[in-house]
Design a protein around this ligand. Structure first.
Ligand code: NAD
Length: 260
């Protein structure tokens, strides 16, 4: 087997039972990283697919809105995988409503899962990374970490917040081998986005194809979804030696969304 750049590293990917998290886990596993999966979906299929790369795969079902469960997951990572070398903060949810109609409980859940969980996993992963003088923290933000959209107050606030957190962690560790960066995807066709396509189709009485075109046309000049595989390859680059001095960036892969 050819040289695999991440052989022997352990990677925790939150929210990796589907979508972007699973895509990133596959790319990291293809480079030899052992994986700790997390998320609420069925993890058995993902585990089998990842094990085909000849890596170890563990699963922990921590709810990323609960601090005690995050702490238990990080302890699990220490016990099973000798700590987390690569931390991908990816778990996220969405809710669409105007500010005055936004359910308070949804606001709290989005801030907890999309933002605060990354603070908790990072604070618990950093001592191990610093001790090894090597580590990668990659926060899956969004174009909504850079620009706003109506009806997405909690999501936009959380994603802008995680871009800020990324910069601070990068600066605090700038003279070490630990880097922290954010990836900012535009539209990626995952269950999170399919729900928004379905809502548009229902509201405007459109077919799935028409609603998809409308969704892309509103924001994404390329008229094409970014794929989990493309995001996974960017994560592999950020984990590589070539990424040693990439620090505190928010790197969009958005079909031109934020170039407008
Ligand atoms: P997804 O719904 O396919 O995946 C989300 C994952 O998070 C799932 O594994 C789910 O089980 C998990 N999850 C949800 N709540 C959780 C909780 N409380 N605890 C633990 N796990 C939980 O969505 P996705 O599109 O793959 O989103 C992944 C990340 O990418 C999110 O942070 C999202 O904001 C971000 N993102 C997505 C898009 C897109 O277009 N899909 C664009 C930009 C950013």
């Amino acid at each position: 087997m050819s040289h695999r750049t991440l052989a022997g590293k352990s990677a925790l990917v939150t929210g990796s039972t589907s979508g972007i998290g699973l895509g990133i886990a596959k790319s990291l596993a293809s480079q030899g990283a052992n994986i700790i999966l997390n998320g609420f979906g069925d993890y058995h299929l993902a585990k089998n697919e990842l094990e085909a790369f000849g890596v170890q795969v563990h699963y922990h079902g921590a709810d990323m809105s609960k601090i005690a469960e995050i702490e238990a997951m990080m302890q699990f990572a220490a016990d099973t995988s000798a700590g987390v070398d690569i931390l991908i903060n990816n778990a996220g949810i969405q809710h669409v409503a105007s500010v005055e109609n936004f359910p308070v409980e949804r606001w709290d859940a989005i801030i907890a899962i999309n933002l605060s969980s990354a603070f908790h996993t990072s604070r618990l992963a950093l001592p191990h990374m610093k001790q090894k003088n090597w580590g990668r923290i990659i926060n899956i933000a969004s174009v909504h970490g850079l620009v706003g959209s109506a009806q997405k107050s909690a999501y936009v606030a959380a994603k802008h917040g995680i871009v800020g957190l990324t910069k601070v962690i990068a600066l605090e560790n700038a003279t070490s081998g630990v880097t922290c960066n954010a990836i900012c995807p535009g539209w990626v066709l995952t269950p999170l986005v399919q729900k928004q396509v379905d809502a548009k189709a229902q509201e405007l009485q459109l077919s799935n194809e028409q609603a998809t075109k409308l969704l892309l046309g509103e924001k994404e000049p390329s008229m094409a979804f970014t794929t989990p595989q493309e995001l996974g390859e960017l994560a592999v680059f950020l984990c590589s030696e070539a990424g040693n001095n990439v620090r505190g960036v928010a790197w969009n892969m958005d079909g031109g969304w934020t170039a407008q």
